[in-house]
Design a protein around this ligand. Structure first.
Ligand code: CA
Length: 229
């Protein structure tokens, strides 16, 4: 069953959407503020988010942006009271997939959600299950990395760093970029934590950690997963 998060501060509209989603076979989660929605997103997985734009506190676009950063395949529909083009442009930059202008009929909203679900299903079929580079294999479903078919013991952070590097093979990534991607933009701390983790990863994956073959240091900048020659 597909799960939908409904973010809408007006209770009546929210209830109306919830009832209609359930009636159409969706599981639905509800949030009255953007802050609540992001809290829910930390704990629960959902396939579609329906986000009202005008909210007390952080607005729907900010929520959209945050959700999109963490999940590329989630379907996001913005509910907008205004029809101005500006809203749509903002939504596009924030990573929304679609818009529904208020007032809307339940069948219209459900039809848009159905369309997004079909698109997600296509993406899931096409999603790669693994990524290979030299002796390494990244297993997406198992969240693990194998070297010569042997699993390497990694923390979630270490796994995420290797994944980020492998997905950008041959590209130099700055420490700041890695820090933002792995620890989040709100992390208060130094990029030194990146170095500490890289050192630990090297000791686990490199044949000679002091002369690394896979994770190259870009002096004064960051790191690069070597490109296969
Ligand atoms: Ca509102």
């Amino acid at each position: 069953m597909r799960k939908v998060l409904v973010l809408e501060d007006e209770e009546e509209i929210r209830e109306f959407i919830m009832i209609n989603l359930k009636r159409n076979g969706f599981e639905a989660l509800e949030a009255g503020t953007g802050e609540d929605a992001l809290e829910i997103a930390k704990k629960e997985k959902f396939d579609i988010a329906v986000l009202d734009v005008m909210l007390p506190g952080i607005d729907g676009f900010q929520v959209c942006k945050k959700l999109r950063e963490d999940n590329k395949t989630m379907g996001i529909i913005m509910l907008t009271a205004r029809t101005q083009e500006m809203d749509k442009i903002n939504g596009l930059y924030a990573g929304a997939d679609d818009y529904v202008t208020k007032p809307f009929s339940p069948s219209e909203l459900v039809a848009r959600i159905d369309a997004l679900v079909r698109r997600i299903e296509l993406m899931e079929v096409e999603k790669p299950k693994e990524l290979k580079s030299g002796p390494f294999k990244l297993d997406y479903d198992g969240r693990k990395i194998l070297k010569d078919d042997e699993e390497i013991e990694l923390t979630q952070i270490e796994y995420s760093i290797i994944k980020l590097l492998m997905e950008n093979e041959g590209e130099s990534l700055s420490r700041d970029f890695i820090l933002n991607k792995i620890w989040g933009e709100n992390y208060v701390g130094s990029w030194k934590i990146v170095d500490v983790n890289i050192r630990r990863i090297r000791s686990k994956i490199e044949d000679d950690p002091s002369n690394p073959e896979y994770i190259k240091t870009i002096w004064g900048y960051g790191y690069r997963w070597r490109k296969e020659d």
